[in-house]
Design a binder for this molecule. Structure first.
Ligand SMILES: [Zn+2]
Length: 244
């Protein structure tokens, strides 16, 4: 994996604008791992995928994430920074099993961890409940209760919920939650950091900045887009200051 170049950022942005977030994540990985097939990258678990995206973000834009949140109680706007090390919950090279066994209160069976194919399959589901049920149907490979085979619909909700917790423990990077506390009203709550949408928003802003820089430099010096994009950011900024 290497940092994304300016040219790659623009190409990814162009392709990704028309894509669902699940496919945007894959587009980013395809550019980072050109020797891997899309099917292989889509088969990574959600946690493995997000660990790679976090590593790519770190290489391309650095270790510090500038975050914003709004207090759900009083509406106060919070600005804070996170270091990538604080939200790295698993090692991207850590190997996972194709499937896992579970035994919870008399229910037992096997499941696999959700991947991008699963996320794509549930993307069109109307409600979170339907999506949850579709995900369970896809990832639950077999289930038994007292020796009798049962379907995913026959698993009681408390067992499903324990199974989800178990999955999150095995693939922790799939869900990054962290605690916030409001300086204005002391309300405490947890927010979910979605690395795909976070990184995408940053790349979109970066792409727009790059286009503006190309526009200004090309207009002033008549340089070609490809040459301007191939320059380092430092060099582009110096030229921009000179013409500014
Ligand atoms: Zn507040």
């Amino acid at each position: 994996m290497r940092p994304l170049s300016s040219e790659q950022i623009l190409r990814i942005w162009e392709i990704g604008q028309r894509q669902h977030p699940v496919d945007r994540a894959l587009t980013l990985l395809v550019f980072s791992y050109p020797d891997q097939s899309v099917a292989n990258l889509a088969s990574l678990t959600v946690g493995q995928r997000d660990a790679l995206l976090l590593a790519l973000r770190e290489m391309t834009l650095g270790n510090t994430l500038n975050c914003f949140a709004q207090c759900p109680q009083c509406g106060e706007e919070l600005e804070f920074t996170l270091e990538t090390a604080q939200i790295r919950l698993s090692d991207p090279s850590q190997s996972l099993e194709p499937d896992y066994a579970f035994t919870i209160a008399g229910f037992e069976g096997r499941f696999r961890l959700p991947n991008s194919f699963d996320l794509a399959a549930i993307a069109g589901d109307q409600t979170p409940e339907i999506a949850k049920s579709s995900l369970l149907r896809r990832c639950l490979l077999q289930a038994h209760h007292n020796g009798t085979e049962i379907s995913h619909q026959e698993l009681p909700p408390p067992i499903v919920s324990q199974l989800a917790t178990h999955m999150a423990e095995i693939d922790p990077q799939a869900e990054i939650l962290f605690d916030l506390s409001c300086p204005a009203c002391q309300h405490e709550w947890q927010i979910l950091l979605d690395i795909v949408s976070f990184f995408w928003a940053e790349l979109s802003a970066q792409a727009r900045r790059l286009l503006l820089e190309v526009h200004q430099l090309a207009r002033h010096y008549s340089w070609h887009e490809v040459d301007i994009l191939a320059m380092s950011a430092t060099r582009r900024n110096l030229y921009l200051k000179m013409i500014g």
